[in-house]
Design a protein around this ligand. Structure first.
Ligand code: PMT
Length: 401
């Protein structure tokens, strides 16, 4: 979320050991631009104090339905109306069961029932409770009613059991809350394919030809499209970034693998963004064993063959209505070169970046880009964070939808 987008989150905390993780969620949510107001069940107050949460959220914490309201309002209704998103984390099996049955016997469940905003539920419970068909049925019921019920992680639980039931980390819950407030109908039914990162073209089993792409631009693009509500598949070369929450990541290594992964999905997507830096050449004859140093030879000559061009190959089978966006990594004649690539790859727009400019291109967190459109129009942009550039590109794609 942009720092200017101040949004309102009601965080419902129910009584489980994962309640302590709510502190981190409040901290992260506040940093991301949410104002947070907390409702705790009585059981939650046994695990964590309202004082801690009041201090972190900078707001009064509601724990009891019959306490004196801060203002003369019916508090569960006013909080329900105030919320842009309602997050329940942790959500115990008990609270999930109550929400699925429409029971409203405390402040948390009453407010959920009165709330028309998106609801994100982060379950946390013992494995046997999680696997119980009653819990699973309750979760399905909530999903049918439009609740966003998150998965649980597998691991060692507080009770010693190993299995599913662990609440997912706060940073991942936050991503869903951000998506819940940002998503729009425009994107909700769309499927997007994004490529990111470098490729590795093997010379032998231990060496490869690669490039400096970190994947930051492509990952920012994938996250932006997902937060707008699209279903996103990210075909990624080898990078050191964490897989983004909610996004299917298809790891690949070579350009040919990237082409194969993209070609298998291209016909079913509405939008494809080619942010990756696939290697244009690969060693023609990679060695099966490690190439040894030869003291007598000063040079090693490697023959390269040209790789397929992914964007161009898919541009040939692009159907009407499909939108494809390329990037152009240039070191000279930025717009001219980018325009030729736009035409050659049958793209709708191309984002040209001068990869020699400071604060642009490979590895850094910012980029300086010019967007070239089919019409020939060129939009020159200032330096901005890659996440901001991703938002601009998504806006431009939206205007073509
Ligand atoms: O990953 P980062 O460190 O954040 O860096 C971001 C970036 C510099 C990699 C990114 O902004 C960028 O410019 N990506 C495109 C890099 C590139 O391969 O540019 P190109 O001009 O060689 O290719 C033009 C377009 O064709 C690109 O959309 C590229 O993905 C695509 N291509 C290129 C070669 C190939 N064999 N197949 C392709 O599909």
């Amino acid at each position: 979320m942009a720092p200017t987008d101040r949004r309102r989150m009601v965080l419902g905390i129910s009584g489980g050991i994962a309640a302590y993780k709510a502190c981190e969620l409040i901290r992260l949510a506040t940093k991301a631009g949410f104002e947070v107001r907390v409702i705790m069940t009585r059981a939650a107050t046994e695990f964590i104090t309202p004082l801690t949460l009041r201090t972190l959220s900078n707001n009064k914490v509601v724990t009891d339905m019959f306490e004196e309201p801060e203002r003369f309002e019916i508090e569960h209704v006013s909080l329900a109306q105030w919320a842009d998103v309602f997050v329940v984390a942790p959500a115990t099996a008990n609270v999930i069961g109550k929400m699925a049955s429409g029971i409203a016997d405390d402040m948390l469940t009453s407010t959920v029932l009165a709330c028309k905003s998106p609801k994100v539920i982060a379950p946390a419970m013992n494995t046997a409770m999680w696997e119980n068909p009653i819990t699973q049925r309750n979760i399905e019921t909530l999903r049918d009613f439009g609740f966003i019920v998150l998965r649980t992680d597998k691991g060692q639980l507080a009770c010693g059991d190993i299995g599913y039931g662990r609440m997912i980390p706060p940073e991942r819950i936050l991503q869903h809350a951000i998506r819940a407030v940002r998503r729009s109908d425009r994107w909700s039914d769309l499927r997007c394919l994004v490529t990111a990162g470098p490729t590795r073209e093997p010379l032998d089993p231990v060496r490869f030809i690669g490039n400096r792409s970190s994947g930051k631009m492509g990952y920012a693009m994938a996250v932006e499209l997902w937060q707008r509500g699209a279903e996103v598949t990210l075909v990624s070369g080898p990078v050191c970034l964490d897989p983004p929450e909610g996004i299917e990541v298809v790891p690949v290594s070579t350009t040919r693998e990237m082409l194969e992964a993209c070609a298998a999905r291209f016909s079913s997507v509405d939008v494809a963004v080619f942010s990756a830096a696939p290697g244009d050449f690969a060693p023609a004859d990679p060695s099966d064993s490690k190439i040894k140093k030869r003291p007598d030879a000063g040079r090693l000559v490697v023959e390269l063959e040209q790789n397929p061009d992914i964007a161009a190959a898919l541009g040939e089978v692009k159907r009407k209505g499909q939108i494809t966006v390329g990037f152009a990594a240039e070191t000279e004649r930025l717009v001219e070169n980018a325009s030729s690539k736009l035409a050659a790859k049958n793209l709708d727009m191309i984002v040209a970046n001068d990869v020699t400019a400071e604060g642009a291109g490979f590895e850094v967190d910012t980029n300086i880009a010019s967007i070239v459109y089919r019409s020939g129009q060129v939009e020159m942009l200032d330096r901005m964070a890659k996440s901001q550039l991703a938002a601009v590109i998504a806006d431009r794609i939206e205007s073509l939808l």
